[in-house]
Design a protein around this ligand. Structure first.
Ligand SMILES: [Zn+2]
Length: 410
């Protein structure tokens, strides 16, 4: 059997696993009949799906691949191994945090000592004037840059328009490119991009907690341009679409969330923020456009950008909290306290993050470690801060290729 036939079986397997886990299929825009078939009748037993995963894995391993299909074969094998690991989880197998991350996302997350976070807190201590703990001063500063609810949409739309314009200068987006924002409540995430196929996405923004100014570009660039929306649109255009536009690789019509693809997706979405808005350009845009639009004091923008740099270090505290909590070394209250101390979240934000960890578990590594790995890889190909054009080119190459974390060779 050719790789294409195994790829079709892989798509149908992922759809079937989705019957057991509603979070599993993040996007699907392949043949409608396959989805209808997968949704008909009772879900196939997990053991049957495991056997099917093993059969397809063996098939892909033995399949004849064309010279230009090497990454395609690696992609299918990596994704299939993750599907098998996720099935094991659904069958009740409990992986350790590190084993799970490796089985699903192809990386073992390094353990960071608390001293790393303490050092970042010490730097923040100097940046944030006033009395009280660093956490209290950080939250006080953040309270000063909350976007008033009635201005949230105007700020997001301006951020999205700018991120899109910057991305379009470098990437060939589909003519049908479209991105719609919806506001929701009662979710464990703060925003989510739902790719619809045909170059369109619906992005949902969770308004449970107040939105601070730093979220505007995060959201516009991470969820939209050049993040998730562009990643999905380019994969669709380049691979999923039939020839001559694409290659008719049907496996790219589906995106299983708990798979190595997610490390690339989240890592590039986070790194993409600074690809589109490098250094001072982000500060200038926030200070000159977004702060005034939100009715906030633009003179706060600069200090805030220095604070944000330290938060990149503290982002890794999520992994340590999740590892401790999921491996049973921290109870819920201790894990929340860890997040309050080292990621400077409020108690409400820490509780929201713990709910995210309950559902998505080791997925948290994809944001911080994913960003770090993507940055390292892009810089090794010459895409450094000093060469923005090259950085865009390497970045776009990565988000329109089947490369999985292992293929980054890091
Ligand atoms: Zn994301």
């Amino acid at each position: 059997m050719a790789l294409s036939e195994w790829a079709a079986d892989y798509v149908n397997l992922v759809l079937a696993v989705g019957r057991h886990d509603p979070d599993f299929v993040d996007a699907y825009y392949g043949p409608k009949a396959w989805k209808a078939t997968a949704e008909a009748g009772a879900p196939p037993p997990l053991a049957e799906l495991q056997a099917e995963a093993a059969r397809i894995l063996a098939g892909v391993t033995a399949a004849e691949t064309q010279a230009d299909e090497a990454l395609r074969g690696d992609y299918l094998l990596g994704q299939l191994r993750a599907v098998a690991a996720h099935l094991a989880r659904l069958e009740g197998h409990r992986f350790s945090f590190d084993d799970e991350a490796e089985a699903l996302y192809q990386v073992r997350p390094p353990q960071l000592p608390e001293a790393t976070f303490e050092a970042a807190l010490a730097r923040l201590d100097r940046l944030l004037a006033g009395s009280g703990s660093v956490q209290e001063r950080y939250q006080k500063a953040r309270a000063g840059i909350l976007v008033p609810t009635e201005r949230v949409d105007a700020v997001f739309q301006a951020a999205i328009a700018e991120a899109r314009e910057r991305t379009r200068r470098h990437a060939l987006l589909p003519g049908s490119d479209h991105f719609r924002v919806e506001y929701v409540t009662g979710k464990s995430w703060s925003a989510y991009n739902w790719y619809q196929g045909g170059g369109t996405s619906v992005i949902q923004v969770n308004l449970d907690l107040p939105i601070a100014m730093d979220r505007a570009l995060d959201l516009a660039a991470h969820e939209g341009y050049p993040g998730h929306h562009v990643y999905n649109a380019l994969l669709e255009q380049r691979f999923a679409q039939a020839a001559p536009e694409g290659r008719g690789w049907v496996e790219f019509t589906i995106y299983p969330l708990f798979s190595p693809q997610s490390l690339i997706a989240e890592g590039t979405a986070n790194f993409g923020i600074e690809v589109a808005f490098p250094g001072e350009e982000r500060l200038a845009f926030e200070r000159d456009v977004l702060f005034p639009l939100a009715g906030l004091d633009p003179s706060e923008a600069e200090r805030w950008s220095r604070v944000q740099a330290e938060l990149k270090v503290l982002a890794f505290a999520d992994n340590e909290a999740a590892r401790g909590y999921l491996d049973g070394h921290l109870d819920r209250a201790q894990a929340e306290a860890f997040l309050v101390r080292y990621s400077l979240r409020t108690e409400a934000q820490a509780a929201q993050r713990l709910r995210f960890i309950d559902t998505y578990r080791s997925y948290v590594i994809n944001y911080n470690l994913g960003e770090q790995l993507v940055r390292t890889w892009v810089e090794r190909q010459g895409g450094t801060v000093a060469d923005p054009a090259r950085r865009w080119a390497v970045f776009l190459d990565l988000i329109s290729s089947p490369r999985l974390p292992r293929a980054l060779g890091l």
